[in-house]
Write a protein that binds this ligand. Structure first.
Ligand SMILES: [Zn+2]
Length: 208
């Protein structure tokens, strides 16, 4: 699962897109803001906005369909399960970040999901190269599972798992796609500068 047409390092429509992996951007929909841990997906409408902001949903047809789910009990029930899945995924990502392999139980869960909700994809020309994008064929809310199981499967099988990392200053996770592999923060704007200022102040205090 890849977010299309977005530069990392920014908020889009109130959501954070700094992770280089849409599945990690999804994990980051519960950041700790000034007012504390904040659920950015409190309802189906918010999920609809996230799917659009991430670039996953682009066609007018899909947007119209998503809009029609705003008050659907099936969509509300899907979202509840999706949030539970997000928190299980978080536990697994924390394991990966500690250098552990994902739990067998979670691998089984994702495998079952992959079978039940197989993800279709399509190739298209993008920026002078061929990119592979999920082909969303939505009929009902649970069809969205394909995206999330596919993204989770990619993450669990990531060969460069050491590049899956948590920001040193907050709860945001990201995939470090920098050349050197030395990225430490969710974003220079959000945490990088904050830490640099703190380090500068410490140094200044020390030299006084
Ligand atoms: Zn951060």
């Amino acid at each position: 699962m890849r977010a299309a047409k977005l530069e990392p390092g920014d908020w889009v429509d109130g959501f954070l897109f700094v992770a280089n992996r849409a599945i990690l951007d999804f994990l980051n929909t519960k950041p700790v803001l000034v007012e504390g841990p904040t659920e950015l997906l409190p309802d189906v409408h918010a999920l609809e906005r996230w799917l659009t902001a991430s670039g996953i949903v682009q066609s007018a047809k899909m947007k119209t369909l998503l809009r029609s789910w705003r008050h659907s009990p099936e969509a509300a029930s899907f979202l509840k399960d999706l949030i539970a899945f997000r928190e299980r995924l978080r536990a697994e990502v924390l394991r990966i970040e500690r250098g552990l392999t994902p739990s067998e139980e979670f691998v089984r869960l994702v495998n079952a999901g992959l079978v039940q909700h197989p993800a279709a994809s399509v190739l298209r020309e993008g920026g002078g190269r061929i990119v592979r994008e999920p082909l969303l064929d939505l009929k009902e809310p649970s069809d969205l599972w394909a995206l999330f199981f596919d993204g989770a499967a990619d993450l669990l099988s990531e060969p460069e798992s050491r590049r899956i990392r948590k920001c040193e200053a907050c709860v945001v996770h990201f995939f470090d796609s920098s050349k050197k592999g030395s990225r430490r923060w969710c974003s220079m704007n959000i945490c990088g500068n904050k830490l640099k200022v703190a380090a500068y102040q410490r140094r200044r205090r020390a030299t006084r």
